[in-house]
Write a protein that binds this ligand. Structure first.
Ligand SMILES: [Zn+2]
Length: 120
């Protein structure tokens, strides 16, 4: 769940707000003084999360939520998990494709990629 931090312009205290999704409208109100003049704080907490945390927050790879693929770091997770479950090493070309997709390139072949059914 995304956490937004805001700083109150009246008392300079920081307040954290949980939002359901990144698209949710949020009206921050200072937890200390009730002020509404809040400025967004880009905390290191929110922006230096580990990849594992990002994965946890975006849900089960088998049942991706609506926002799941909005985070490019989730691209290929299903495939990675599938290989893991099968106890297989992911071929380096697959890793490369996933990495490329996460970097913003989306080859068609990644979408249909299914471990175990690839022709040799
Ligand atoms: Zn305040």
């Amino acid at each position: 769940m995304p956490v937004y931090e805001y700083r109150c312009s009246s008392c300079q205290k920081k307040s954290s707000f949980f939002v359901k999704s990144f698209n949710d409208a949020l009206t921050p109100v200072c937890a200390s003084c009730g002020g509404r003049e809040m400025s967004r704080v880009f905390s290191s907490f929110a922006y230096h999360k580990s990849l594992a945390t990002v994965h946890e927050e975006s849900g089960d790879p088998y049942q991706p939520g609506e926002d799941y693929y909005k985070d490019p770091r989730n691209i290929g997770r299903w495939t990675e998990k599938k290989f893991q479950d099968l106890g297989m090493e992911m071929p380096s070309q697959v890793q490369d494709m996933i990495q490329a997709a996460r970097d913003g390139q989306m080859p068609e072949s990644v979408k249909d990629l299914q471990p175990g059914v690839t022709e040799v």
